[in-house]
Design a protein around this ligand. Sequence first.
Ligand SMILES: [Zn+2]
Length: 515
Amino acid sequence: MPSHASRNHGFSAVYRLLLFSLACGLVAGQEAPQVKKWKIAVATFSHETCTFCPDPTTIEDWEYYGPPTRDIIRADRGYIGGFRAACEEYGGVELVGILSPRGARGGSSGSWLTREAFEKYAGLIVEDLKAQGPFDGVFLALHGAMAVTGIPKPEAELARRVRRAVGKIPIMVTFDLHANEDEEIAEAADAVFIIKRYPHYDTTLTGETAARVMIQTLRSRYKPVMAVRKPGVITPSVFQGTGTSPAMEIMERARIWECEHPGAYVSVAFGFAYADVPDAGATVIVVTNDNKALADRIADDMSAYIWRLRHVFAGKKLPRTKEGVALAIAAAREGKTPVIVADHSDRTGGSTHILEELIRQGARNFCIATLRDERALEAIKARHKKGDSVSMRVGGWTDKFAGNPVQIEGKIECLGQIGRETIAVVLFGAGNRIILTPQLMQVTDTRIFEALGLDVKAMEIVVLKSRVHFRRGFADTGLAGAIIEIDAPGWGPADLTTLPYQNIPKDVYPVYKKD
Ligand SMILES: [Zn+2]
């Protein structure tokens, strides 16, 4: 019988040979003749539409859509970066970038996409797929909360058009967890994967997952089947952070199902409540390897679980402006600085309710980061330079809930460019600042302060136009001394029953169903 020693010797000889081969590139993957080369198209068309906001999203609002957008396949992070990385691991995959609209101005402060905008950009994707095909598979990196005038479920519509262009090959889709979707996307695409974290830490991981399932499907080792459920619960973004309850428990339950059943992919989109669309509200989408019964069982369980948590998930209460500002000032006096205030309901970026109340209650050393006012910026650019004294009115006009313009007597502390945008900092009162931007800017980390030479740690109160994403740079890093979420008037309220919905399902909790 062979001794341990000889076995070990045999193993290490093979191992040394393998190392040698790797070093010589003999088994590096791409060169191996038996590997079939898969040709996979990659496209993206993303928008999170605030249908209550005033300004429609038009063709002109996309900054990039020409041939350079085919470079999306060079991404090293995000859905497409993750997809690319996993494909490179497998080897034998050729990724082809498809013309894709990028850089929607104002992000989710944009209202309904015009039908022309959807037709133009969906049309570019479809035409480019035909021009560069045929393909073995298509990866669509989408958001899921797009709303288009006259097209009720635009992501499903896009997937159907892609299907008509490419035929019966796997179409894999990734979504943001703010997606509003339903059964239609499962009929149009082969598999759907949704991020599980808000802030969205796991876009790259989710792209990798989509690539793995794509490759296994192309190798006939995986046959995706899906189950979709709508639990009938709609929730405001501010309650959806997955570092807090019950969003955290919902995603943990999805992960437990995935651990128990390798090859099952359990996704929950909490939905985007500020898009008034027929598929608004939470969606559960489960993908399994040819096991519809399992997909149904998991989807039923997840859907029932979300329904059981509806009261705590959708029905929390937040302080209104006056009370919230008083809490922030009290926290600052207790030394819990910087106090981070989430002005979560301002969807257009120019609301002044919290600014006005901070001044009224005598707050000092606070910073509004940011206030959207392109008109004020134009006036500053035309007449002033850094260091000038200014007397001006700012904010309060970007939507009907944006409050009053606020009169400021101060000085221009900073005037410069960040990226393509002009930005100004106005210093006024007892060390207070307003960072003026030409469009809604959701500050999620400290980079803007660093770029402007401002020390955020030295500030007492910092007001951010953000719901949950700010937690990435301010809470999860331990920077914030305290966090106060304030429910000021705005098109993104925590109490969804105040919104003038017309299109969402008529049985959804808490807007229509009360218990
Ligand atoms: Zn999102």
